[in-house]
Design a protein around this ligand. Structure first.
Ligand code: FE2
Length: 432
C-alpha cells in the first residue's frame, strides 16, 4: 500500500478517536460519489398523501412517474379478513391541478410569471379516494392502467369520527436538499421516524432550489418512509418558492394540500389541534397579503369557535420566516419580513390566543416563550447561545417532537444524537 494511503488511514483513525464528530465529515466525503449517482439517476417519485376535506372518509394520494403513463390505484383495508382479497380500484384525476393559481406579480422585476414548458417526460398523478371507513388503515398499490405492473405501494389511514385527544407529531425545518447525499438529514429523518409521530410538519426550504424538479425527487426519496405512512404538511420557504413563485413546488412536486383553492396558506385540523400555515413570501404584494390577512382572521375566528364548543384544544401557527430570534444580519429583506409580520399578523395571534408558533429559516434552535424556531436539518449557524427560562438558543441540527394532550403540549427538542436539548411544557389556558 502507498505510504500516503497509510498516513491518511492513520490520520483518519486518530482524529476519529480524538474527535468523534469528524467521522460524519469522513462519511460524507466517502459517500459523496454515491450522492452524485443519485443526482443523475432518474426514476419515479415516491408517493405521498394527505387528507381530503372530510378527514374521516377522504384521502388524496400524489405520485409523480418518470415516464408519461396512465395509472390506476387499488386499495383495501389492512388486515381486514372480510375484505381479504377485495381490492377497490380507482383511476387518477388531474382536474384540480388546472385550478392551481400562481400568484401574479406584475410589479415584480421578473414581470408576470408564465410557467416554462418542461422538457421532462415525467408526469404527475393524483388519486382522490372517497367513502372510506373512519378510523381505518388502508394499503394501496399504484399500477399501470392495465393493472399488470405494480409501480409503487404504501398505506394511508382515515381519522376517527371522535378525534383523539392525545397524539404525537414532529416538526422540522430547512432540509434544503441539494445534489449531495444528505447524510445528517437522512439520519435525523430516521430518528424522527423511530419516534413514531402521527403527522409531520415541514417548515419550508425543503429543497435548495425550488425550480429543480430533481431536487424534489431526491426529497421524496429521502422522505419516502415517512411519506408512505403519514400525512405531511409543509409551508413554502424562500428556497422552495424560488423565482418561479412556487410553480414547481405546488404544481410539479405536489407538496401542498390540493383541497384548497389557494394552497400557499391553508389550515389543517388534525385531531383536536387547529394548524394554520402562512406564506412568508410575497409580503409586498398587497392583493395577496389582503387575501392572506382575511384568511388568517377567518381561520382564527373559526378555531376559537371550535375551542368554545370543546372540539379543538390548541391553535398552532407554522411559517417559514420567524419574527423573533437572532438577527439574520446578511439580509435586510428578512428584517422587513419580520417587521411586516409583527405589524399585520401578531396583533391577530394575540387577539385570538394562538398557543404555539413554529418557524424555521434561521438555522439554529431558538425558543422565545411560546415561539419556536426549529434548528435546521441542513447547515447550522453560529449565533451566541443563550439559556434563559423564556429565551433559549442552541446552534444545533435538530427536530421537535410534540406530545399533545388536552391540557398540555410537551415538546422534546431532539438533536441528531437523539438527545434532548431541552423539554418544554405549555399548559392550556382555562379560558381562551
Ligand atoms: Fe429560508
Amino acid at each position: 500500500m502507498e505510504p500516503i494511503i497509510i498516513i491518511l488511514i492513520i490520520f483518519v483513525l486518530i482524529s476519529s478517536i480524538l474527535f468523534p464528530p469528524v467521522m460524519v465529515l469522513y462519511a460524507f466525503i466517502a459517500l459523496y460519489p454515491i450522492g452524485l449517482i443519485i443526482k443523475h439517476k432518474t426514476g419515479d417519485f415516491h408517493p405521498h398523501w394527505t387528507f381530503g376535506g372530510d378527514q374521516t372518509t377522504q384521502i388524496y394520494v400524489y405520485f409523480r412517474s418518470q415516464n408519461s403513463i396512465t395509472c390506476r390505484l387499488t386499495y383495501k383495508k389492512t388486515d381486514s379478513i372480510e375484505n381479504k382479497d377485495r381490492w377497490n380500484s380507482i383511476d387518477e384525476i388531474d382536474f384540480l391541478v388546472s385550478d392551481y393559481n400562481t400568484p401574479k406579480v406584475k410589479t415584480d422585476k421578473h414581470g408576470e410569471y408564465i410557467p416554462k414548458s418542461r422538457s421532462e417526460s415525467s408526469e404527475k398523478h393524483i388519486f382522490f379516494i372517497d367513502n372510506l371507513d373512519p378510523g381505518a388503515e388502508y394499503e394501496y398499490k399504484i399500477s399501470d392502467a392495465a393493472n399488470e405492473t405494480q409501480i409503487t405501494s404504501g398505506i394511508f389511514y382515515t381519522q376517527e369520527l371522535v378525534p383523539e385527544t392525545n397524539f404525537k407529531f414532529a416538526v422540522f425545518g430547512d432540509l434544503q436538499i441539494a445534489e449531495n447525499l444528505e447524510i445528517i438529514e437522512s439520519y435525523l429523518l430516521y430518528l424522527m421516524r423511530k419516534n413514531n409521530p402521527e403527522l409531520i410538519l415541514s417548515l419550508g426550504d425543503n429543497v435548495h432550489k425550488g425550480t429543480d424538479i430533481n431536487s424534489w425527487r431526491i426529497h421524496s426519496v429521502i422522505l419516502r418512509k415517512l411519506l408512505a405512512s403519514r400525512p405531511f404538511y409543509t409551508t413554502p420557504g424562500n428556497h422552495d418558492y424560488s423565482d418561479d413563485y412556487g410553480y414547481t413546488m405546488a404544481n410539479e412536486a405536489l407538496m401542498l394540500p390540493i383541497t384548497k383553492t389557494d394552497r400557499w396558506f391553508y389550515s389543517v385540523r388534525y385531531n383536536r389541534v387547529y394548524f394554520i400555515s402562512l406564506l412568508t413570501r410575497m409580503l409586498s404584494n398587497e392583493v395577496l397579503q389582503q387575501k392572506q390577512q382575511d384568511f388568517l382572521e377567518k381561520e382564527l375566528r373559526t378555531a376559537n369557535a371550535l375551542i368554545n364548543d370543546d372540539k379543538v384544544d390548541w391553535i398552532i401557527i407554522f411559517t417559514h420566516v420567524p419574527w423573533w430570534g437572532p438577527p439574520y444580519n446578511r439580509h435586510k429583506v428578512i428584517d422587513e419580513q419580520e417587521q411586516f409580520i409583527r405589524e399585520h399578523w401578531v396583533p391577530l395571534f394575540e387577539k385570538y390566543d394562538v398557543d404555539l408558533h413554529f418557524a424555521g429559516h434561521k438555522h439554529s434552535y431558538c425558543r422565545d416563550k411560546n415561539k419556536i424556531i426549529t434548528g435546521s436539518m441542513h447547515g447550522v449557524r453560529n449565533y451566541p447561545e443563550v439559556t434563559k427560562e423564556n429565551y433559549f438558543l442552541r446552534n444545533s441540527h435538530q427536530f421537535c417532537l410534540i406530545h399533545v394532550s388536552k391540557n398540555q403540549l410537551k415538546i422534546e427538542v431532539k438533536t441528531w444524537l437523539n438527545r434532548n436539548i431541552e423539554v418544554v411544557k405549555f399548559q392550556r389556558k382555562e379560558i381562551k
